[in-house]
Unconditional design. Structure first.
Length: 371
């Protein structure tokens, strides 16, 4: 069904659609897209594994780190965007309770009905006094809160355009039909895309090489403006894999930063396993910072995931585990989140704030100067 829908859209668009339209259809088409289907996506037996599924101390550490931000408000609320299976919310709320932090509401913004059901099942295991604070949102229609917004591995799942360089010109990659099958095809880019690539090229002081392929999120500011409108006063915490702009467009990343996952395996072809494989691309943190500043936020923190988690002495929490065998098992899990060769360095944390005091994370190793 999804394949037939894509074929129809290609035929109705003179034989070619841009990659971001293909992405939106494959990932978000109601009833057919990856995030709309009931397939098991996250964790063991799924297509990919996120940090909260690897170790509960990820969520616990973030609860302790964001405590200082919550305490700035009389009755803070929290918004989590894209809550996966609800694992993060479950552990985060438990940890806030344990350290004595009171919040007003915990909102979960989730567009996937399947994931929303899984989240509700997870949250149902919390004490009533905690779970009564949890409210699910299907849209951005909520009165702006004072508090924080948390988005773990959200931006990487936003639509993106793909481009390539041919004869010193920008071409947009998209999808066409050949003998009735989907196939990648390039088309001379429109002005908006080519202008953006010129700006990026100027900023990184490098002309892209012949055949270079990469991605750009052209409509990112529109998304950020909408999501940041949920915050009246407070902070937005983004944790995701990605790079500053100079690294994002390095010449050795000549095939781009897109990645596909199917049953916890990396797949190179986004046209395979339609509706059953995850498609994403790394985050350009320079773009995130620039857009945030344009929208009135300041950069409170930019650092690696490892630095953000270790600063809160996650290992000391693990040290409280009585069983040595259990303690060693948790340490091994945590290593996946903090070791440079795993998720420690490629995953970054950026905290963007407005209408609150500055310099809230002075003790951390900031990477803001690299943006």
């Amino acid at each position: 069904m999804l394949k037939e829908l894509l074929k129809n859209r290609i035929e109705q668009s003179n034989g070619w659609i841009p990659f971001d339209l293909f992405f939106n259809t494959a990932m978000y088409e109601p009833g057919l897209g990856y995030y709309s289907s009931g397939t098991y996506k996250i964790g063991q037996g799924g297509d990919f594994t996120t940090a909260p599924e690897i170790s509960k101390y990820f969520s616990k550490a973030i609860a302790r780190q964001t405590n200082r931000l919550l305490e700035m408000h009389d009755e803070p609320s929290v918004i989590e965007v894209g809550a996966g299976k609800g694992t993060f919310a479950f552990e985060y709320l438990k940890e806030l309770e344990e350290i004595g932090v009171e919040i007003g509401q915990y909102y979960i913004l989730e567009i996937s009905a399947d994931l929303r059901d899984r989240q509700m099942q997870s949250i149902s295991n919390l004490p009533k006094s905690i779970r009564d604070k949890v409210t699910w949102l299907e849209s951005l229609e909520v009165d702006p809160i004072d508090g924080i917004l948390i988005a773990n591995e959200v931006i990487d799942a936003l639509p993106f355009k793909r481009f390539t360089i041919e004869n010193n010109q920008t071409y947009e990659l998209g999808v066409t039909l050949k003998n009735g099958e989907l196939e990648e095809a390039a088309k001379k880019s429109g002005k908006k895309l080519s202008d953006e690539i010129e700006i990026i090229s100027s900023e990184i002081d490098r002309q892209f090489e012949e055949g270079f392929i990469s991605e750009v999120r052209l409509d990112f500011q529109k998304w950020f403006k909408a999501i940041s409108g949920m915050i009246n006063k407070g902070s937005m915490i983004f944790i995701d894999y990605g790079y500053v702009r100079n690294d994002f467009y390095r010449s050795h990343r000549s095939k781009g930063n897109m990645i596909c996952h199917y049953q916890n395996q990396v797949i190179e072809d986004p046209l395979k396993n339609l509706g059953y494989q995850d498609i994403s691309a790394s985050v350009d943190f320079t773009q995130l910072a620039n857009v945030a500043i344009d929208e009135g936020f300041f950069i409170d923190l930019f650092t690696t995931q490892a630095m953000f988690l270790l600063n809160e002495s996650s290992l000391s929490m693990i040290g409280d585990i009585d069983s040595e065998e259990s303690r060693m098992r948790e340490i091994q899990k945590l290593k996946q989140l903090i070791m440079p060769d795993y998720m420690g360095d490629v995953f970054k944390c950026m905290i963007l704030s407005k209408k609150i005091s500055k310099d809230n994370f002075e003790e951390l190793n900031h990477l803001t100067h690299t943006l």
